[in-house]
Design a protein around this ligand. Structure first.
Ligand code: NAP
Length: 503
């Protein structure tokens, strides 16, 4: 028995997966499912519930252009509000019937004979023409391999799986890591704890955040679409200007921003020794630039200490550093970031010739416009390689990618049974463009190491240019970049999941 396939299976119900589902439905593609391993939507915004979690791009820009919200409570909305925005999208766009929660994808295999994807999950199989990977890049917590870690007798957890049952009041708390997560939660917990020890391997560059509540008058103004769009555009262009002025290289703008960050540090920290230890020894922009007005003051509290000696080992009662000092601790919090690549690299995705994505990417992640990979027909990625941003809202990149996929879906609608695959030469051309733009970039020349770089030192994480450049080259799919072949386009045998999948 053969069946008609779904139009598309989207894996992941975070920002990008939901955006894809909404846009696909608006374009008339109703035979779709969104598979999500968790019990709810939201992705990173559902998972990261640490105190002080918030976006670091203003919410009027860090939201979907086609799903505006006029009443964000603050310039940078806190996590619960972003999560409720995402849950609101499900309700407002009638997505519930298309969601398959608590459904983990185990394997996705392209059946070349049928021209279809077979997506195997722990709740049954799905058969679809198009597979969209919207699994996010930063999902799997990275825990440092520290000797003695398992011997710690206190409570230990990662910032992305915050232990809300752990009462920090009166405890000696150690925090390892000084990235975007730490600078948000350290100020929130510092006044609860008996002592806070911040272990710093590298000092981050921090600029003032200027967060503030959005008053009723301004919220009312935001209800007028032209004003809201104007405000969004002004937020966009202020950030885009950094890219236009060449923030991807060590340049005048680097020196100007560093001077601003040094002034911010000097205004927050009076102690010259602490200030010295909080001053980065690499160029601004080499790692993600952080925004905070309360992290430095938190470290200046009498019961907080900044430890810059490397960690030698974890002991049952604390941490010992390379200088032999023991730091007694009741709680150890890892703010040590994520293994890039997220779930995508942990899911078996098998392309046209039986080659897995992991094999295809053995020398590094590579995708045409970060979206499609030769050898993986009718497969599209959202927030794939080289499409992260350091200077602007990454949702702008997601929307361009969603538009690209929609063009592909339209083309496939016109060609029933059609199979589209990015031409290897188009992918190679894009790789060459990225490599040329990366030449001499701040990420390799700025004197730091970071998770942006892969083992060979290549930046396969960020887009090395303006958002405008990326969007212009991505939002319209060019037919000549893809081959189009015919296939039967019928699911070979019943796919268990199809019964489940009927909206
Ligand atoms: P992160 O930026 O990767 O920072 C990890 C920190 O842990 C760094 O300070 C790193 O030091 C330190 N570290 C890692 N391994 C260590 C070890 N073995 N010993 C000592 N220190 C170690 O992680 P994150 O703060 O969770 O942020 C990850 C990303 O999530 C961000 O870059 C951002 O894209 C996103 N994020 C966004 C927001 C937002 O507001 N939108 C908030 C939080 C996170 P080194 O610097 O020396 O490597």
């Amino acid at each position: 028995m053969s069946e008609a396939p779904l139009d598309l299976v989207i894996v992941g119900a975070g920002f990008s997966g939901l955006a894809m589902a909404i846009r696909a439905r608006q374009a008339g593609f109703d035979r779709l499912v969104v598979l999500e391993k968790a019990a709810g939507v939201g992705g990173t915004w559902r998972e990261n519930t640490y105190p002080g979690a918030a976006c670091d791009v203003p919410s009027q820009l860090y939201s979907l252009s086609f799903a505006p919200k006029s009443d964000w409570s603050r310039l940078f909305a806190p996590q619960p509000e972003i999560q409720s925005y995402l849950e609101g999208l499900v309700a407002a766009h009638g997505l519930a019937p298309f969601l398959r929660l608590e459904t983990r994808v185990e394997r996705a295999v392209f059946d070349a004979a049928a021209g279809l994807w077979r997506v195997e999950t722990d709740r049954g199989d799905f058969c679809a023409r198009v597979l969209v990977g919207a699994m996010g890049a930063l999902h799997h917590p990275a825990l440092p391999r520290l000797p003695g870690l398992d011997s710690f007798a206190g409570t230990a957890f990662h910032s992305a799986s915050w232990d809300h049952a752990c009462d920090l009041r009166g405890k000696r708390v150690g925090v390892i890591g000084t990235g975007a997560s730490a600078v948000q939660f350290v100020p929130e917990i510092v006044d609860q704890v008996a002592h806070l020890t911040q272990f710093q391997r590298s000092a981050p560059w921090i600029l003032s955040r200027g967060d503030r509540p959005v008053g009723g008058g301004r919220r009312r103004l935001m209800r007028f679409a032209p004003l809201r769009r104007l405000y969004r555009a002004s937020l966009f262009w202020r950030r885009e200007a950094a890219a236009l002025l060449g923030f991807t290289r060590v340049s005048t703008i680097t020196a100007l921003a560093e001077a601003g960050a040094r002034r911010h540090l000097a205004a927050s920290i009076a102690d010259p020794d602490l200030r010295e230890r909080l001053t980065p020894d690499y160029r601004l922009g080499c790692k993600r630039v952080l925004l905070s007005d309360d992290y430095y003051p938190a470290l200046a509290r009498p019961h907080a200490s900044l430890v810059t000696a490397p960690i030698r080992a974890v002991l049952p009662h604390g941490v010992v550093t390379a200088d032999g000092t023991e730091h007694p601790l009741d709680v150890l919090i890892f703010a040590t970031g994520f293994s890039p690549g997220g779930s995508l690299l942990r899911t078996e995705v098998i392309g046209r010739d039986g080659v897995s994505l992991l094999q295809a990417w053995k020398d590094g992640a590579d995708a045409f416009r970060g979206v499609s990979v030769a050898g993986f027909p009718n497969f599209f990625l959202l927030l794939g390689p080289n499409t992260g941003l350091g200077h602007n809202s990454v949702l702008l990149m997601v929307e361009a990618q969603v538009a690209h996929v929609l063009d592909a879906l339209q083309r496939l609608r016109e060609h029933p049974g059609g199979v589209m695959e990015v031409r290897p030469e188009a992918q190679a051309r894009f790789r060459a463009e990225v490599d040329a733009r990366m030449e001499g970039s701040i990420w390799t020349e700025g004197g730091c190491g970071s998770w942006y770089l892969d083992r060979s030192g290549r930046n396969r994480t960020l887009w090395p240019g303006t958002v405008g450049d990326y969007v212009r080259g991505t939002e319209r799919m060019r037919a000549e970049d893809y081959s189009l072949t015919d296939s039967p386009g019928l699911c070979p045998g019943p796919a268990k999941g199809l019964a489940l999948s009927k909206p």
